[in-house]
Design a protein around this ligand. Structure first.
Ligand code: KIV
Ligand code: ZN
Length: 512
């Protein structure tokens, strides 16, 4: 049985999903969960892309101990210097340097000849080796590169010291048969590939990223790159949870497995979904809400008689709990704290107290509190960065023949209060206009989604918003039994993120 290493790029390629913008604190939270999941490597970002990215890579590098932390860099010295700076405090660090090799990229993007590309690749790896023991070289758009030239590049960068060579299908163009063959061919033509990690990196433009990754494993890849929930540039990357489950469930066929702690998959997927605002479709393999639901009578009958009739993965094996009904209004602080630990939270006493207070308020509104309610509630109470504004209250006048009017009261970071009112073409619109007036920020709402956390009339409502200000797009999330309150919380959080991203100090009241 071979062990396939997992390279997670949720925080880099995943963050390249349109409209996704994860703050440093959120990246650290995801990174710590990826560490629990047991990934071998995690790409924390592209340090040279912006000071914010450099800070995120540095923070992740400081906190993660049991996985190698990686930064992406172009094949230019300044990028590699910045990556080195950001990774200085990592227990285990690696540089991921990339350069395109395909004819299309050479001609139209780089305007470089084959000889120039080869020389630059070797120069970059040689330079990176001054700083890092572990260096990964990616031949961007490798899948559309002439195989002779690709083999030449692979051989040369290994000679220069690359410890991993990655063969990306950058534009998701490959079929499994073709992609697997590239690996077979490289193994045949370049014997030194036996001495390094050979990595695959697939995009999902034709819906084949996971199948292509598995074909690469069959062809000889020893590392798979991807993201949680398959998020990423355009149609996304290979979904790591799907790759891992395919290898685990069909190890009879692949004769390969990963070292992932599969029971952490559900929690990791939910966290990434919450913090990116990228909602997991119900029918998504492994982590979708319907992935283990049996609807037809024939299937239900079969599963009741013998579960393997229609179920090839046990939900528990990826961390979904079957007994989800838990606490209620008679539950005490101790039981609540135990439940938090069971759900994977390790909170300070003060945070437990705040979460418990919110839980008690929820108990007055909702009879049965499930794991999902607690996860949504605690998560929504966690402060993941500076809060320029906090929502204190909203008031709303609504009637189907009158103009909806909202007034909001926000508290600034310095404790001062701002209150504003506005009319709108609907309840949510009037609340958002009032918040805009109160914060003085000019933003546009580019997406608004509302979900119910659990079933029933008293279910918690979860609202995701995406706001844009100039080139910056951020997400915000709010949870409440009242969807209008959840809408307001989500919006204020997104405004706070915009201000954090701009690096501005929290606004102070004009009267102070
Ligand atoms: O898809 C791609 O080619 C990449 C490289 C930077 C590895 O993400
Ligand atoms: Zn990619």
């Amino acid at each position: 049985m071979r062990t396939i290493e997992i390279f997670d790029t949720t925080l880099r390629d995943g963050e390249q999903s349109p409209g996704v913008n994860i703050s440093t604190n959120e990246k650290v939270e995801i990174a710590l969960q990826l560490e629990k999941l047991g990934v071998n490597r995690m790409e924390a970002g592209f340090a040279a892309a912006s000071p914010g990215d450099q800070k995120s890579v540095a923070e992740v590098a400081k906190r993660v101990k049991n996985a190698t932390v990686v930064s992406l860099a172009r094949a230019v010295k300044d990028d590699m210097d910045k990556a080195y700076e950001a990774l200085r405090n990592a227990q285990n660090a690696s540089l991921h340097v990339f350069l395109a090799t395909s004819p299309i990229h050479r001609q139209f993007k780089l305007n470089m000849s084959k000889e120039e590309v080869l020389a630059r690749a070797v120069e970059a790896v040689t330079y990176a080796k001054k700083y890092f023991k572990e260096v990964q070289f990616s031949a961007e758009d490798a899948a559309r590169t002439e195989i002779d030239f690709l083999a030449e590049v692979v051989e040369a960068v290994i000679k220069a010291g690359a410890t991993t060579v990655n063969i990306p299908d950058t534009v998701g163009y490959m079929t499994p048969y073709q992609y697997g063959n590239i690996f077979r061919e490289l193994k045949k033509r370049v014997p030194s590939t036996d001495l390094i990690r050979l990595s695959c990196h697939c995009h999902d433009d034709l819906g084949m990223a996971v199948a292509n990754s598995l074909a690469a494993v069959e062809g000889g890849a020893t590392q798979v790159e991807g993201t949680i929930n398959g998020i990423g540039e355009r149609a996304g990357n290979a979904a790591l949870e799907e790759v891992a489950l395919a290898l685990e469930t069909r190890k009879d066929y692949y004769q390969a497995t990963t070292k992932l702690n599969l029971k952490e998959i559900a929690r990791t997927s939910q966290l990434v979904s919450r913090l990116t605002g990228m909602i997991v479709p119900g029918n998504k393999a492994v982590v979708g809400a319907n992935a283990f639901a049996h609807e037809s009578g024939i299937h239900q009958d079969g599963v009741l008689k013998e579960v393997t009739t229609y179920e090839i993965i046990r939900p528990e094996s990826v961390g979904f709990k079957s007994n989800k009904l838990v606490l209620g209004k008679h539950s005490g602080r101790h039981a609540f704290k135990e439940k938090l630990i069971d759900l994977g939270y390790h909170l300070e006493q003060e945070e437990v107290n705040a979460a418990f207070a919110a839980f008690k308020v929820l108990c007055d509104k909702k009879k049965e509190i499930s794991d999902d309610d607690i996860l949504a509630l605690v998560d929504s109470k966690m402060v993941r960065g500076p809060e320029a504004f906090q929502l204190e209250s909203i008031q709303l006048a609504y009637g189907n023949i009158s103009v909806p009017t909202a007034s909001v009261r926000l508290v600034r970071a310095d404790g001062s209060v701002c209150e504003e009112a506005a009319c709108g073409n609907g309840s949510v619109d009037s609340i958002y206009k009032a918040i805009d007036r109160a914060t003085g920020e000019e933003v546009s709402l580019v997406d608004y989604k509302i979900l119910s956390v659990t079933h029933g009339q008293d279910a918690l409502g979860e609202v995701f918003v995406r706001l844009q200000q100039d080139d910056l797009i951020v997400t915000g999330r709010g949870v409440s039994t009242d969807v209008l309150e959840a809408s307001a919380i989500a919006y204020v959080r997104a405004v706070n993120k915009i201000m954090e991203r701009r690096g501005e100090p929290a606004p102070v009241s004009a009267t102070i």
